[in-house]
Design a protein around this ligand. Structure first.
Ligand SMILES: Cc1cc2nc3c(=O)[nH]c(=O)nc-3n(C[C@H](O)[C@H](O)[C@H](O)COP(=O)(O)OP(=O)(O)OC[C@H]3O[C@@H](n4cnc5c(N)ncnc54)[C@H](O)[C@@H]3O)c2cc1C
Length: 471
């Protein structure tokens, strides 16, 4: 049977029509125009055929969609910005509860807070908050959704200055599996708020999220300086010394990549291995220029684009490298020590990458992240000096398996230098053991108790899943 036949047989046209009448947003099934576009997510590696996609316009639609899914016993995928690397925001034969049309942002400059609906992307959020010179730690790519990003932790250019995004989550309105709307804040359901700070989409659908926002920009010092890939070993050894004593204002990434055919990279370098040192200094421009100078003074850069830049432009700078439809696989963890063995391994694999779209990122961590109390959030692993993200990727499906294999082999060879922990936003679908590794046994048990309370039947299981204790 085709997905269309399954949808009609199992749900019946009348049942679907009833749902469609009860919601303001579109209800799209396999026979409807726009179905193929509506079922796409960012990661082109996942080609799934849901029975229904409900494009919610507000909380009422989300409540109806959850109620419908429960009554019809449908598998549920929740979608915000659709950037899930393992493809959790789509499914075969189930219902996609798509928040993408819920794009309201309300900034309260006096209170220093901003509230966003669950479908907002970072580019939209930054646009609204920067009108008041405010920001919170957001994604490195402007089309990533706030929802999945925040609930998993949230690492971006302001992370050392203002902490993880989830550290700035003040409250959230959540639709639960039994169709209630609950608020999680320090006054109401504080344990749920604790769980939302890193526990992912396990406890319900966050229809709106309220953040503490901070004065940032509008100009910052930021951007990349690129050096030849053959110098990666020398530059990573410099980098590990450089980051030891940095002000919180400075967040940096060392990025081993292959030069894209971009106008800002000299043509003779296109398609060749490069190392990029990318920075954001969120403070005075004068101090920032001084702070980033050593990154730019390593001699003979291929291209040096580091300098004053509007914060919103920095937030979109990497977008062209991460277009919708790219095929991507991530293998990620935390680096215990960037020792010589890890540097040798990373540089060797970089040269041998099976795809020019693959990258290796070392995100320097610490600063404000490390000062948050370990018990304050479900997110764990605040003291590691770097987050490692190995991305096996291509712009189409050709050879994708070999890129996945490359990422897995590299990660395995780096494991002696890693902590064993996991960051759920960069995890692929790797099973419960890696999810447990993300939280540690104590936090996992606490999250499981929350799961028992808010989602005992595991309706929300398409995520880095914390199963209920009885499962
Ligand atoms: C191009 C790209 C760049 C990225 N850059 C960064 C980065 O800089 N830093 C970083 O930390 N991570 C980054 N990520 C990872 C990203 O944080 C996760 O993929 C995150 O899940 C994306 O959120 P989303 O809403 O866009 O995803 P979706 O695919 O829409 O959702 C993923 C999952 O999150 C849950 N979810 C989403 N919204 C809600 C909600 N409102 N309520 C409840 N559950 C929800 C659901 O379980 C859903 O299946 C990046 C990913 C990509 C593809």
């Amino acid at each position: 049977m085709t997905t269309q036949e399954i949808t009609q047989t199992v749900l019946g046209d009348g049942t679907i029509a009833e749902l469609a009448e009860g919601v303001r947003g579109d209800v799209i099934g396999p026979g409807d125009p726009g179905y193929d576009e509506a079922r796409e997510i960012w990661n082109g590696a996942h080609d799934r055929r849901p029975a229904l996609i409900v494009r919610c316009t507000g909380v009422a639609d989300v409540l109806s969609a959850v109620e419908f899914a429960r009554s019809q016993d449908l598998e549920v995928a929740v979608r915000g910005g659709s950037h899930s690397i393992p493809g959790f925001s789509t499914c075969d034969g189930g219902i996609v509860i798509d928040l993408g049309a819920m794009q309201g942002v309300r900034v309260d400059p006096d209170a220093g807070t901003a509230r966003a609906q669950g479908g907002v992307q970072w580019g939209q959020f930054d646009h609204e908050t920067q009108a008041f010179g405010l920001a919170v730690t957001g994604g490195l790519v402007s089309t990533t959704g706030l929802g999945g990003f925040t609930l998993g932790g949230g690492i971006g250019w302001l992370v050392r200055k203002h902490g993880l995004t989830c550290d700035n989550l003040v409250s959230a309105d959540v639709v639960t599996a039994d169709g209630r709307l609950v608020t999680a804040s320090s006054e109401q359901n504080p344990e749920l708020l604790w769980g939302l700070k890193g526990g992912g989409g396990n406890f319900g659908i966050a229809v709106s999220l309220e953040y503490r926002v901070h004065p940032v920009g509008p100009m910052v010092i930021g951007g990349p300086t690129f050096y030849p890939g053959e110098r990666s070993g020398e530059i990573l050894r410099f980098y590990r010394d450089f980051v030891r004593e940095l002000p919180d204002e400075l967040t940096t990434i060392a990025n081993l990549l292959w030069a894209p055919p971009a106008p800002f990279i000299p043509e003779e370098w296109h398609g060749k291995p490069l190392i990029g040192l990318i920075a954001c200094y969120a403070g005075s421009l004068e101090d920032g220029q001084k702070a980033v100078a050593p990154l730019r003074e390593l001699g003979d850069p291929v291209a040096d684009l580091m300098g004053p830049i509007p914060y919103t432009a920095l937030q979109g700078l990497l977008d062209p490298l991460w277009p919708h439809g790219k095929h991507a696989y991530m293998k990620a963890g935390y680096v215990r020590e960037l020792d010589d063995a890890a540097i040798e391994t990373a540089t060797r694999y970089h040269q041998e990458a099976t795809s020019p779209a693959s990258e290796i990122h070392f995100h320097h961590f610490g600063g404000a992240v490390a000062r948050v109390d370990e018990d304050a959030t479900a997110y764990r692993e605040r003291q590691a000096p770097y987050v490692l993200n190995v991305i096996g990727a291509s712009h189409d499906s050709g050879g994708f398996d070999s890129h996945v294999d490359w990422a897995q082999r590299l990660y395995a060879d780096l494991e002696p230098s890693l902590t064993g922990g996991a960051y759920i936003n960069f995890l692929s679908a790797e099973g419960e053991e890696r999810v447990r590794a993300a939280y540690g046994e104590e936090k996992f048990a606490r999250l499981q108790a929350l799961k028992d309370e808010y989602d005992p039947t595991n309706m929300f299981h398409l995520n880095q899943n914390i199963p209920p204790s009885g499962a």
